[in-house]
Design a protein around this ligand. Structure first.
Ligand code: ADP
Ligand code: MG
Length: 321
């Protein structure tokens, strides 16, 4: 049985590209780029709450880092460094090797140095703290949305929730949709390039981890505004509609942009080869409220807004964002 230190040395220690001192000392040393602010965020994944016990370890490693990278994207920041705290019930080396491979695949994809962490025995649980950089004063906050702004969303919200429903036997998706939805669930693609490009363009941004309506709701609260959305989904509460409106785990970005800059957003979609869909507009109030209409202008009764760990009890075997 390998020791804690052997595990760290074998699976979580690798060369760094932009770090003064990485794994192996009591603390890491980083030198932030002059003129930048550090953006710091932490996200924890707990077995049974955030992922199913039989999740592929490589996918889980990717997702553990990717959900944190997504927070950097939502701030308009470039992810740079991360620490990783792990609790595992036992030292299954094949599992740990695959998990580490997934973590480093994501780290490589986004140019992140893993600079430290903690490794301990306990119920399976992963916690990443990520450090990003953004030019001083340029971070995208939740609080900047103004009446008259358009509301946009990237990608195809709802796919991750549909992928989960498929894996749980609650629906049967057919190819190629099935593969897309399962990939969205297991290998989310944080929208870092989009977040960086939205600097100076978007007035507010958030990543969709808890559901489109729930996360847009956070922008509306922070900005003290309301929104009117026109949604190209059927008004009846189907699984597709509810996945789109309240499914979590997509890690797409919802953002607001002044209406005069519409063409700039359209050009960005082409440049990034990423669908960017205008779904509504910001109104002055009442704070936090969302009016939903379908393409014919009929009012749509919204489903439950999204996932809240302490408000709704998930059915047995469901996973939360
Ligand atoms: P300490 O006891 O001083 O906190 P540890 O023995 O916990 O140090 O960790 C030794 C070194 O390994 C530290 O640099 C720590 O940041 C790093 N480390 C521990 N676990 C991990 C991990 N899962 N991934 C990356 N680095 C880790
Ligand atoms: Mg320690």
């Amino acid at each position: 049985m390998p020791s804690e230190f052997e595990l760290i040395a074998r699976y979580f220690t690798r060369g760094t590209t932009h770090t003064t001192l990485g794994v192996g000392d009591d603390g890491a040393l980083i030198a932030p780029t002059p003129g930048c602010e550090l953006v710091i965020s932490t996200d924890m994944l707990v077995e049974g709450t955030h992922f199913l016990p039989d999740t592929d370890p490589q996918d889980l490693g990717w997702k553990t880092l990717a959900v944190n990278v997504s927070d950097m994207a939502a701030m308009g920041a470039r992810p740079r460094w991360a620490t990783l705290a792990i609790a595992l019930p036992h030292a299954d080396e094949a599992w740990i090797a695959a998990f580490a491979q997934g973590v480093f695949a994501c780290a490589d994809e986004f140019g992140i140095d893993l600079i430290g962490g903690d490794t301990t025995r306990g119920p399976r649980n992963f916690c990443v703290t990520i450090f990003g950089e953004v030019a001083s004063g340029k971070a995208l906050r939740r609080s900047g949305a103004r009446a008259g702004d358009d509301v946009w969303v990237s990608g195809k919200p709802g796919q991750a929730a549909l992928g989960l429903a498929h894996l749980q036997g609650r629906t049967a998706l057919s190819e190629p949709h099935r593969a897309d939805c399962i990939a969205a669930l297991q290998r989310p693609q944080p929208r870092v390039a989009l977040g960086l490009a939205l600097q100076g363009l978007a007035t507010a941004a958030i990543d969709v981890s808890d559901g489109l309506l729930a996360d847009l709701g956070h922008i509306l609260e922070a900005s003290a505004v309301s929104a009117q959305l026109t949604i190209a989904v059927p008004p009846a509460p189907t699984l597709e509609r509810d996945a789109y409106l309240s499914g979590g785990d997509d890690y797409e970005l919802v953002f607001t942009v002044p209406a005069q800059a519409r063409t700039a957003v359209t050009a960005l979609a082409t440049k990034l080869a990423l669908p960017l869909t205008r779904i509504g507009s910001i109104l002055a109030g009442p704070r936090g409220s969302i009016e939903l209409r379908d393409l014919e202008g009929r009012i749509v009764e919204p489903p439950h807004r999204g996932y809240d760990h302490f408000m709704s009890l998930p059915e047995a075997g469901t996973v939360a964002p």
